[in-house]
Design a protein around this ligand. Structure first.
Ligand SMILES: [Zn+2]
Length: 460
């Protein structure tokens, strides 16, 4: 809990005592509040904001004249919590720091007021942006960050911390705690199953959340027993749903086992796994949109993408690696990515219905070709709806489960008293059609409002 308190002393949301006489900073009149948790709307509401906190939500009929620095009549427009993208990356080395920073306003442009950074190699910069965003000297979403990833003796990504024994695990977790990292992100470039379990065990002892990739030599339910809180992407839950998992592990195939896992997916076993994961309060970030984007990389022409212009030249160069690999896979006739994408779509509804917490995350950032900040989270939510979730369920994976992962549902997830004033104002109801999420009229981040002109100016 130590970590959470420090986040909020930074956000100053705990200092939200306001007297009736005091003028509010921002008031919305005639708002239609979208209750994502209940899946309903409440019309004719007045919402008052002081500093970065919602301090009053009341029916217009019960509210006399209010005094506020800024009053906006929403004329029935819809107001909901700002979106969370629960898997993003800032990375690419010192030469790309400025280009990474320049992507921050794109999140706001698309209504994303919080991101969960899943690790990279420019942590000091990410931490300074985080502080500047809170101080409102930089426009961007609030950042929860893992800091550097933990990997084995030969890390897949630059900037990762190498851990191969318990002393290094302790040092690594000390360093994550020292920078007030919000969780521990593990990566499987060369992490052994034993070290992976040991990280989880020690992080659990310290009260740190753990998620990330899992070595394909490890077993998901064993890791959950050690205290694992979540996984990113679908490979690892897929492995748990194949009766061949143990025999494939012995062959030491790494991701080479994925196509067999897809072929041997067992629905009954899967339902048992989902029930167990739900019981253990487990989180899965499916990242469907990037899965689909990468599976089509060999054929798709992205040169006309409207958001490509906002990606720096250095970031665009990082796209080439995945493009080359997709073309090589196509030439060799390897279609495992598209087979995987098709199966993972079928896994979403049964997981959701079993009670597994899903997290909407885009995996946007350098190296992840044409997965643009902001737009890609909308793509993820649309992809979740396409698998069979209704719009309310899809929204829950962003604005409700995002904070829940960090135990912060007290401060986020609804337009009610005492919550952080991160808000999205829409022309149309997102509960009836997920496409309505793009009808953005206004975005409020930590109490600061941005109208359409201001959002456009941020991108200049
Ligand atoms: Zn990622």
């Amino acid at each position: 809990m130590k970590r959470l308190i420090s986040i909020f002393s930074l956000l100053s949301v705990l200092s939200c005592s306001t007297s009736e006489k005091e003028p509010y900073d921002l008031v919305f009149a005639n708002a239609t509040v979208v209750d994502v948790i209940k899946g309903e709307v409440i019309e004719n509401q007045l919402i008052a904001i002081k500093d970065d906190t919602i301090v009053r939500v009341v029916d217009m009929a019960n509210q006399k004249e209010v005094s506020a620095s800024k009053k906006i009549d929403l004329n029935g427009k819809y107001i909901m919590p700002g979106l969370w993208d629960n898997h993003v990356h800032f990375r690419g080395g010192d030469s790309l720091i400025a280009e990474n920073r320049d992507m921050l306003p794109l999140f706001l442009k698309f209504g994303i007021t919080t991101v969960r950074d899943a690790g990279g190699d420019i942590t000091p910069s990410v931490l300074s942006w985080k502080e500047n965003i809170v101080n409102k000297t930089l426009d961007g979403p609030f950042i929860f960050t893992s800091g550097p990833k933990l990997d084995g003796h030969d890390p897949a990504w630059p900037g990762s911390i190498q851990v191969t024994n318990s002393e290094q695990i302790n040092d690594a977790l000390d360093s994550i705690e020292a920078i007030e990292g919000n969780y521990v992100k593990m990566y499987d470039g060369s992490l052994t199953a034993d070290t992976y379990y040991q990280i989880i065990e020690e992080a659990e002892r310290r009260g740190l959340k753990t998620t990330g990739h899992m070595p394909m030599s490890a077993d998901l339910l064993t890791a959950v027993d050690y205290g694992l809180d979540g996984t990113e992407h679908m490979y690892y839950v897929l492995k748990a749903c194949s009766p061949k998992a143990d025999s494939l592990t012995k062959l030491d195939l790494g991701y080479g086992m994925v196509s067999t896992l897809v072929d041997t997916y067992d629905k009954n076993l899967a339902n048992q796994v989902y029930t167990e994961l739900a019981k253990q309060n487990f989180y899965i970030t499916p990242t469907l949109y990037i899965g689909k984007t990468l599976s089509q990389l060999a054929d798709a022409d992205h040169s006309g993408d409207s958001l490509l212009q906002y990606m720096g030249q250095g970031i665009q160069k990082t796209y080439q690696g995945r493009i080359d690999r997709a073309k090589a896979a196509k030439e060799s006739g390897n279609n495992s990515r598209s087979k995987l994408a098709a199966l993972t779509n079928q896994m979403i509804t049964p997981m959701y219905e079993a009670g597994v917490h899903l997290l909407a995350g885009s995996d946007c950032g350098p190296y992840n070709s044409y997965v643009y900040p902001g737009e890609s989270l909308h793509g993820e939510l649309r992809a979740l709806v396409k698998t069979g979730l209704n719009p309310q369920q899809a929204l829950i994976t962003s604005v409700v489960n995002g904070p829940k992962f960090f135990g912060l549902e007290r401060y986020y997830g609804s337009v009610t008293n005492g919550k952080v004033a991160d808000l999205l104002i829409l022309e149309a109801n997102p509960l009836t059609n997920i496409e309505n999420l793009t009808s953005i009229n206004l975005v409020v981040a930590k109490g600061k409002s941005y109208n359409l002109n201001e959002l456009r100016d941020l991108l200049k």
